[in-house]
Design a protein around this ligand. Structure first.
Ligand code: KIV
Length: 278
């Protein structure tokens, strides 16, 4: 099957088909996502929390992100992979952002995600697109601005604030972004923004009116349990599955049930006899 691209997202939107994205951070999960035919994989900086155990996304570095992008791209060779640019890997200058976006592509990503929409981000978006690096924008709640926003606060709660987000979205669209993530906002606001853009929106905690959805895979599989946002639907409970398996393994080791003959390597009969004779 041909690799999906940024253009596939536009086609899906134009055909009124929803876009399903998920995050992934490792090789074997990426393999499953590819086999399942997911439209796009984000190697999100959320891995700072769900994989590396940091308190926020601020702590993860570009070098750390690149390791996960490489792993996912090895597991999902035919998928559309977006590398999330971590805090301060693109904020210093256009040159810094462009060079680091290039590192994401060299590591196996097919596009990058940039948070926010100030003048610098718009210039960087334009430069990336001109250089052949598709850009996924990110508006609404932007976790890298957590200290400025002052917490996990819902954005676009009034017509006026939703209009402001729409204005930013239009600027990103004009700068060449192929789609925009809308995070944590009332469904009506996200739908209004979506209806007034040509490019697709990908919602997370932004209701059903977006062109597509993305969630953190560890959240929907019930593996990450430090906190569960209201917008997360659990499709599995891996925390409990892993717990039960680990407890069973541990007790079988202690009781001598594991490993059994089935999981052991046998000597040839003549060799075993030598052990018995000796
Ligand atoms: O880092 C992340 O996982 C994200 C979300 C949009 C899912 O930015």
């Amino acid at each position: 099957m041909a690799r999906k691209t940024a253009g596939t997202f536009q086609k899906l939107k134009d055909n009124n088909e929803k876009i399903a994205m998920l995050t992934a951070y490792d090789y074997s999960t990426a393999q499953v996502l590819e086999e399942a035919g997911i439209d796009g994989i984000l190697v999100g900086d959320s891995l700072a929390q769900v994989v590396l155990g940091y308190e926020s996304t601020h702590s993860v570095t570009l070098d750390e992100m690149l390791i996960f992008v490489k792993a996912v791209s090895r597991g999902a060779k035919n998928s559309f992979i977006v590398g999330d640019m971590p805090f301060m890997s693109y904020n210093l200058s256009t040159e810094q952002g462009l060079e680091n976006a290039g590192k994401m592509i060299k590591a196996g990503a097919n596009a990058v995600k940039l948070e926010g929409c100030n003048r610098h981000i718009l210039t960087l978006t334009r430069r990336c697109v001109e250089s052949g690096i598709p850009v996924l924008g990110h508006l609404g709640f932007t976790p890298q601005l957590l200290n400025t926003i002052g917490g996990y606060k819902i954005q676009g709660k009034s017509y006026e604030t939703a209009e402001k987000i729409l204005e930013s979205a239009k600027k990103l669209e004009k700068a060449g972004a192929f789609a925009i993530v809308l995070e944590l906002m009332p469904a009506d606001s996200a739908q209004y923004i979506t209806q007034n853009l040509s490019i697709p929106t990908i919602g997370i905690g932004a209701g059903a009116g977006c062109s597509g959805q993305i969630v953190v895979i560890d959240d929907i599989l019930g593996k990450f349990t430090d906190f569960t946002p209201k917008f997360v639907k659990k499709y599995a409970n891996l925390h409990d599955t892993i717990m039960e398996s680990v407890q069973k393994y541990s007790s079988e080791v202690k009781e001598g049930i594991f490993p059994s003959k089935e999981q052991s390597f046998e000597l040839k009969e003549e060799e075993r006899e030598k052990f018995n004779a000796g």
